[in-house]
Write a protein that binds this ligand. Structure first.
Ligand code: ZN
Ligand code: FE
Length: 243
């Protein structure tokens, strides 16, 4: 039994994820930046949003909360480390807590670095990771509130998940990430192959997400850094990268 996951592209490059369990009829939404397109995508499928799962406080991840609650009465589940920034939620969660979509259990992982209280949700039985702005396809989030040590540890925690786990990140940053990745590892054949696919997808206006843990292990210069220092140097390099 698996979860059905629908990508809702919003704003310039955000992906909101609708997650539906057919067995129970339950639907959750991860990181609604805005409400309208998300409500429309759910309505088009006859789904009722019962829960909102937030990964961190940034407006492009929680901006649609209030309007979705007003329209559906959904419960908001949000990171306990960011109560002061998010303000209202029905439940605050952190490492070791679980959320449920029907019979599917989503484990909460603390993955600080992009923000101080950033969390991820992993549904082991469905092989699905919702990681917000921590891990991107061939990239990772900027360190707005955390340290390189924290992000290095957060990425290592995600890389311990099974190879086939789908990585549902919150932005379409893949092409830019890949151009930077090629400057770091010009000889990485898996990376070169992936970039060719990504370029072709983007030329057709198609999404490159979700990724998988196996792909990120093979091609992501941030998860492939062998030390905190190497990670920090790559993150600083990406921050300055214009390409
Ligand atoms: Zn963010
Ligand atoms: Fe974001």
């Amino acid at each position: 039994m698996t979860l059905e996951v629908v990508r809702v592209p919003v704003l310039s490059d955000n992906y909101v994820w609708l997650v539906h369990d057919a067995a129970s009829g339950e639907t959750a939404v991860v990181d609604p930046a805005v409400a309208e397109p998300v409500l429309e995508a759910a309505a088009a499928r006859g789904w009722r949003i019962g829960q909102i799962l937030n990964t961190h406080w940034h407006p492009d991840h929680v901006g649609g909360n209030a309007a979705i609650v007003a329209a559906t009465g959904a419960r908001v589940i949000a990171p306990q480390g960011e109560q002061a920034r998010i303000g209202t939620a029905d439940r605050w969660v952190g490492e070791g807590d679980s959320v449920m979509i029907g019979a599917h259990r989503g484990r909460v992982l603390d993955v600080p670095g992009h923000t101080a209280g950033h969390i991820a949700y992993v549904f082991d039985d469905a092989g699905a990771l919702f990681c917000g702005d921590t891990l991107f396809a061939m990239g990772c989030g900027r360190l707005f509130e955390g340290t390189p040590d924290q992000m290095f540890a957060s990425l290592a925690k995600l890389m311990a998940l099974p190879d086939a786990t789908a990585v549902y990140c919150a932005h379409e940053y893949t092409a830019s990430n890949g151009r930077f990745a090629l400057t770091v590892e010009p000889g990485n054949a898996a990376l070169a192959d992936r970039m060719a696919e990504v370029v072709a997808l983007r030329e057709r206006g198609e999404a490159t997400v979700p990724s998988t843990i196996a792909l990120e292990r093979a091609t992501n210069p941030f998860t492939r850094a062998r030390s905190v220092d190497e990670f920090a140097a790559r993150r600083a390099g990406k921050d300055a990268f214009r390409g």
